[in-house]
Design a protein around this ligand. Structure first.
Ligand code: SAM
Ligand code: SF4
Length: 330
């Protein structure tokens, strides 16, 4: 099989599929309080189109893992059906989802039965007032219930993603880790990236990986868990000798672009090689014009060849991408 190889020799085997740009939270580092101008429905891939493109990636391009994301994937009505169809057609494909957890308590069992393997749930704090400040919604209890339901449904190991914001929750890293350790969830901190719709990100305001580690080390003994980390973005540390681990995804201060194995499909059917890419390749138009699976695969390969060597956040010429994280698929 001819895989998705770029001219720097990287092979994309991990596909991130955004199912919607909509969301029921308003995380301050992601979008403004009023939300965004959502994508018109006719521009969004239908359920059948999503299933077809994921199938092309699996059958023709060597993609091994698919992660559904958004926006909030749980607000996509056809989610369980999409998972079920993809799983039935490609049972060997690893299927996961990144979600804010709202509504997961209701859907976790159905998702597991449909063939979803794992979830990452985003949770930046376990304090109700901080949660409400960060997400602009008083929904902490729903996320906590969603996590427990996902665990009970077998969607583990459960991973928790957290972003620290200076002056809001940057003093809460050890508390969040203790909470996750008690429940057996694997916590990963993600450095805040310049992907917010409001373009408010500032390098010197960002809580760095070094700061996160220092704050955790004040309470926990951490030792490197896996070396080298390969294509996995998280640097993992054993907590108190293990087996529990905590991860730090230092996308900004320690970029891992050289090992990247990812490719993205937006909710409107555009291939993106990187969160920070400034170009996209339209698969939806070809799909709707009647392209065969082999033709779609060929377009997809051509789109990946030109993947940039790195995200360039530290370059003086860096420009934030036109689409925010929620519209690309985080
Ligand atoms: N709504 C789902 C969620 O929150 O998990 C999926 C989409 S969200 C865009 C995916 C992940 O990106 C979440 O873990 C979120 O915390 C993270 N994220 C959003 N904006 C970010 C930013 N500016 N920098 C770093 N991570 C960000
Ligand atoms: Fe929604 Fe996820 Fe963005 Fe928060 S980070 S506003 S949950 S898309």
């Amino acid at each position: 099989m001819e895989r998705l190889i770029d001219r720097h020799g990287r092979v994309a085997t991990d596909l991130r599929v955004s199912l919607t740009d909509r969301c029921n939270l308003r995380c301050t580092y992601c979008m403004p309080p009023e939300g965004l101008d959502w994508m018109p429905t006719e521009e969004q891939l239908t359920d059948a189109e999503v299933v077809r493109l994921v199938g092309v990636a699996a059958a023709h391009l060597g993609v091994e893992e698919v992660r559904f994301t958004g926006g909030e994937p749980l607000v996509r009505r056809g989610l369980v059906d999409i998972v079920a169809q993809v799983h039935a057609a490609h049972p060997g494909l690893e299927l996961s989802m990144t979600t804010n957890g709202l509504g997961l308590a209701r859907t976790a069992t159905a998702l597991a039965e449909a063939g979803l393997h794992r979830v990452n749930v985003s949770l930046d704090t376990v304090r109700r007032d901080t949660f409400t400040e960060l997400t602009r919604r008083d929904r902490l209890d729903d996320v906590v219930a969603g996590l427990a339901a996902a665990d009970a449904a077998g969607l583990g190991p459960i991973k928790v993603n957290a972003v620290l914001i200076r002056g809001v929750n940057d003093d809460q890293a050890p508390e969040l880790l203790a909470w996750c350790l008690e429940r057996g969830y694997e916590l990963r901190f993600i450095e805040q990236m310049p992907l917010d719709a409001q373009h408010g990100w500032q390098r010197d305001e960002m809580v760095t990986a070094d700061e996160i580690l220092a704050s955790l080390q004040a309470r926990f003994d951490l030792s490197p868990a896996v070396e080298p980390r390969g294509s996995a973005p998280a640097e993992l540390f054993r907590v108190e000798g293990g087996p529990a681990t905590v991860g730090v995804i230092a996308s900004v201060t320690r970029p891992f672009c050289g090992d990247c194995d990812r490719v993205r499909l937006t909710a409107d059917g555009q291939v993106r090689n990187c969160l920070f890419a400034r170009e996209e390749s339209d698969l939806r138009a070809a799909l709707r014009a009647g392209a065969t699976d082999a033709e779609l695969a060929e377009r997809w390969r051509a789109a990946v060849i030109g993947k940039a060597p790195g995200h360039g956040i530290d370059d003086p010429t860096f420009l934030q991408p036109g689409r925010p994280m929620s519209a690309i698929g985080g």
